[in-house]
Design a protein around this ligand. Structure first.
Ligand code: EPZ
Length: 418
């Protein structure tokens, strides 16, 4: 079991190249199943979840070409199964995103129910509701979602709550449905805009991506195509918070500042000087201690829940008291117990965490529980006195490409030990 060791106290300086977005590449890989020709995807991050998704596509019969780490070719014309097995789905919830493409392209799909995870029960009722609105027969038994439709027909879906995954699943299915589909109360995340751009490159007809109402005119077929994945706004935010916490001066390159207004706004509130160009973001903390900020997570363009744990780490050493409300997931404070072990002052009341900044955190052995919690523990280790050891970092490898190499290049004292 790998661990990460961090020695605190170094201000981060320099440039970091941002990778493609995990939460864009996963649906885009699944979208390739819709095509009747090869699909090439560029700027693919090297992540465990990407490898898991490629294994799933391979299990379905698709041809996979990973000759280059960051460019993937998928040949969906050889798909010969429509069953996504439990042993793969249980390790990665995003596997449920093959449901829409398989149903639309092959008229049938059997996808294991993903089950919950550390941050919540993660139901998929909205995914099922959407497929039924497009005319599919859907049943759930023995732990599997079973869906079938000779041909999907366009329909209107009003999601009960904003769901990134359900919006993506139904959007993909609607591209091959007969007639017009309207998705209301749709998620507006940049990763959905990126998925829509990839689908349009394959011949789909989509209006309104990035707004709460998307209109899809179904087409007979989608051809192959090429797409370059949007930069990862959560990886970018994680490095910028690291720079702010350590009083450093860091430039993120190959980034997309226009997808990060809420996060950049909170970093400025914390006292950071930030300059942006179209694909670069420079944060200069000028050696200052960050000020505490209040956070309430919300669907895009609100503050992203995937940046909540990282800002909690910032508030732990900030000047003042920061109040954090987590409104998206029911159990996304798993990092609190571990941060307390480092000397943080945090009180949790329901979905609210009150964080009183302390002058110094002290390094200690801690344990990662989920992807973004792992990141927050590394951030805290960067400023804690002495050594922090983070265990169970397989969570980290799901969503960050070479995070310790990138942080080392910025001057952090961090290494991975087996
Ligand atoms: C996506 O998960 C992301 N994952 C998550 O990132 C992210 O935190 C989340 O969106 C919110 O932005 C990927 O894109 C692979 P949701 P998803 O459906 O689609 C409830 C990370 O760290 N809900 O928007 O699963 C659900 O329980 C990961 O990179 C239903 O009730 O999230 C949650 O409370 C973590 N029924 C809320 O909606 C449904 O059918 C939002 O979930 C679907 C969702």
């Amino acid at each position: 079991m790998d661990k990460i060791l961090v020695e605190g106290g170094r201000a981060l300086r320099g440039e970091v190249r941002i990778s493609g977005a995990k939460n864009a590449v996963l649906p885009i890989l699944c979208a390739a199943l819709l095509a009747d020709g090869p699909v090439t995807i560029r700027n693919v991050p090297r992540l465990h979840d990407v490898r898991t998704t490629l294994r799933l596509l391979g299990e379905l019969g698709a041809g996979i070409d990973v000759s280059d780490d960051h460019v993937i070719g998928i040949d969906p014309t050889r798909v010969n199964s429509h069953v996504a097995p439990y042993e793969l789905v249980k390790t990665m919830r995003a596997s449920v995103l093959v449901l829409g493409p398989l149903l639309a392209r092959h008229g049938a799909a059997e996808v294991s129910l993903p089950g919950g995870c550390a941050i919540g029960s993660r139901p998929v009722d909205q995914h099922i509701k959407g497929m039924q609105a497009l005319g599919a027969e859907v049943s759930v038994d023995h732990g599997f979602i079973k869906a079938s439709a000779s041909r999907l027909r366009g329909g209107r879906v009003v999601f009960d709550m904003v769901s990134v995954g359900a919006t993506e699943n139904v959007l993909m299915a609607a591209t091959l449905a007969e007639g017009r589909s309207v998705l209301e109360n749709a998620a507006m995340e940049p990763e959905i805009v990126d998925l829509a751009a990839c689908l349009v490159a394959m011949g789909a007809r989509i209006e309104g991506a990035g707004t709460g109402r998307m209109v899809v005119e179904g087409v007979e077929r989608l051809h192959g195509g090429e797409h370059s994945v949007v930069p990862d706004r959560i990886e970018t935010g994680t490095f910028l918070v690291a720079a702010a916490m350590t009083g450093g001066h860091v430039t993120a390159t190959h980034a997309r500042p226009d997808t990060m207004d809420a996060v950049l706004g909170k970093l400025r509130e914390a006292g950071a000087a930030i300059e942006c160009s179209d694909d670069r973001i420079t944060l200069d903390m000028q050696g200052r201690r960050p000020r505490a900020v209040n956070i309430t997570t919300a669907p895009h363009p609100g503050f992203p829940t995937d940046m909540q744990a990282q800002f909690m780490a910032l508030n732990c050493i900030a000047d003042g008291v920061g109040v954090i409300n987590e409104t998206i997931f029911e159990n996304r404070f798993m990092h609190v117990q571990e941060l307390l072990r480092l000397g943080a002052d945090i009180r949790v009341e329901g979905h609210t965490a009150i964080v009183r900044g302390v002058d110094v955190l002290s390094g200690a052995p801690v344990m990662a529980t989920d992807l973004r919690a792992s990141a927050s523990l590394i951030l805290a280790g960067l400023v804690a006195q002495g050594q922090t050891t983070i265990d169970r970092i397989y969570h980290l490898d799901r969503g960050y490409e070479n995070i310790e190499a990138k942080l080392s290049a910025l001057g952090a004292s961090i290494r991975r030990v087996s």
